[in-house]
Design a protein. Sequence first.
Length: 154
Amino acid sequence: MPGVIGETFKNKHGSIYHYCTGYEGQDRMCWWCGQPFESKRPRHCCCPEHTEQYEKHFAWGPASRWAMERANNTCQRCGRIQGYSERTTRCFVAKSDIEVHHIIPLNGGHRDYNVLNCPCNLLCLCLECHGETRQIKKRQAETRGKQLTMELAG
């Protein structure tokens, strides 16, 4: 029976996974396409191509590298290119280390394999823009909390 996308489960070895396609956790069923397969060794997908697609969409490492390639190592908010440096009074300071940002945040979820690692939820931002984005999200959450408190009190 398929799992609910976004929920977590433990395999028989105790590793924690998220249901990304709904086919995870079932013996000899491809996690990418859901088709049954035979194998003498443990694996999650029926063929190398499906393993690659699953990893690219849901595993943090490949998904974040794909997002960086898609953005040409450039901040998608301000356009800074990774590796650009600016001279200060004492030394060169890297001004655009690019990070991959989750648009819908993980909120404590496991990062390794997660449905929120899908390419449409990843955005490349420089350190400055990433910090600003986090501050905006924090203020929005605080405002929502205050509004909810007022509604409950009123």
